[in-house]
Design a protein around this ligand. Sequence first.
Ligand code: CP
Ligand code: NVA
Length: 330
Amino acid sequence: FAPRHLLSIADLTPAEFATLVRNAASHKRAIKSGAIPQSLLGSMSGKTVAMMFNKRSTRTRVSTEAATVQMGGHPMFLGKDDIQLGVNESLYDTSVVISSMVSCIVARVAKHSDVAGLAKHSSVPVINALCDSFHPLQIIADFLTIYESFTPKAHGLSSLGLEGLKIAWVGDANNVLFDLAIGATKMGVDMAVATPKGYEIPADMLEIIQRSGEGVSAPGKLTQTNVPEEAVKDADILVTDTWVSMGQEEEAKKRMKAFEGFQITDDLAKRGGAKEGWKFMHCLPRHPEEVSDEVFYSPRSLVFPEAENRLWAAIAALEGFVVNKGKIVE
Ligand code: CP
Ligand code: NVA
């Protein structure tokens, strides 16, 4: 029996994605009010989560460890200097060996093919904790944040009632954007993406994003531009991320230059004509060049609730993929 993995939001149907977000929301409400749902209590008891992290992490590490402990399981952090992988042992051998001893692998690696390879040979669910193409745990938390911050319309199981909202992404076309765009397409949320010339969404990724709208009655529309003001027009939410992702450090100087003029500021929102009540989101860690302090620390900014929501997203993902073995139900 092959385990079900979570490598990208693209692996989820719209109903499953919406259910994970709703489950995260209801577990958050219940746990914060002191009523831990019976179905969660001790649900990971006796289960070990191997966290194979080849890159730094604050939020993903802390949220995964805390979620595992809250559910009664044991997180085992395996940093890049702790295990033989990459130095002395192949991905195949590592995957077979680790998965024979634990209940789940949460992996942060560089290449998507590495996490996909790990999943292929693992006998337990693999959850992608960020690779160069996707960041599904972040996007469950992001949609939870949007769901809590905007008034959802009446909706069925396959939706979050967020249809008609518009997200403007101003900055680099990266892993976080790709999965966010997939989630938005599935949820009927429109996205306008502004990147500098030469930093647009690659064609193969555009295809994945577009395909993720198949079977959705009114999929979110994606547009691209090289002009930040154009993307921001009528947007409800302005989003960005670092201009230099982990692994791109050598390109830092070139990127800083290319992204000049792409900082999110109040002035950009005004010039571009964002909606009056626009909000700001960022997966963090943040650097001042991509967003001004006046926006980042303003009441418009959802960044800290968004970061906290990583915990509730991790709980919902572990419940769906480990406790319920890939069956995503309310
Ligand atoms: N947003 C996010 O994934 O943060 P970390 O790199 O700190 O885990
Ligand atoms: N795009 C960033 C996200 C970090 C959470 C990176 O890959 O480094």
